[in-house]
Write a protein that binds this ligand. Structure first.
Ligand SMILES: [Zn+2]
Length: 195
């Protein structure tokens, strides 16, 4: 058994028989004297069982946490969208390509300070069943011959962290105004760049 000095914490390995039912002992290091009680094997056994239960519980919690992180990731990301950064980092998040659709595109014209602007409005929808990082949107206009008519409009979305992620089926409205465009026969190209 191990006997520990209550004064200087010095530890001694002693035969259990030497202590018997209890004995007055003296520390060789500091000279402290105390009544050492008998060695109780059941206490040590209880401690071992307790340790085993503690570690089993610990690993159970670790396992459940990891399991739920990966198998309930959509629920986790709905609760905390930034978790998708973590999933992307560990490779558990699929590629975002093809996960978005642009719908309800419409255009309108406005005159501001004697300049004609064409406005474009549409909705970007997350059509997947996972939380996705919003892609940047590039809109370019061309006429029927294919000649480009405007400089490209590009929206990166990074300025607005609230809209950095889209939940499944969630949509956002995007809107832009392009200067000095002809009114007729325009073809609108929309390109989504998944970051
Ligand atoms: Zn001592």
């Amino acid at each position: 058994m191990i006997v520990t000095c209550p004064t200087c914490s010095c530890r001694y390995s002693v035969q259990s028989d030497a202590i018997g039912r209890g004995k007055l002992v003296r520390c060789a290091m500091c000279g402290a004297i105390w009544q050492q009680s008998a060695y109780d094997e059941s206490i040590e056994r209880k401690q071992r069982v307790l340790d085993l239960i503690k570690w089993t519980f610990f690993w159970f919690i670790v396992f459940v946490t990891i399991f739920s992180l990966f198998f309930a990731k959509n629920a986790v990301m709905q609760f905390w969208p930034h978790a998708s950064d973590f999933y992307e980092f560990v490779g558990a998040q699929n590629e975002s390509k093809g996960a978005f659709a642009v719908q309800n595109m419409s255009n309108f014209f406005v005159v501001k300070d004697d300049t004609l602007y064409m406005g474009l409005k549409g909705e970007l929808v997350n059509t997947s069943n996972e939380v996705r990082t919003i892609p940047s949107i590039t809109i370019s206009l061309r006429d029927e011959e294919g000649t480009e008519k405007t400089s490209r409009y590009r929206k990166m979305w990074t300025h607005n962290l609230t809209y950095k992620k889209l939940l499944p089926n969630q949509k956002i409205v995007f809107e832009t105004e392009l200067q000095s465009v002809p009114r007729n026969n325009l073809i609108c190209d929309i390109k989504l760049d998944v970051l």
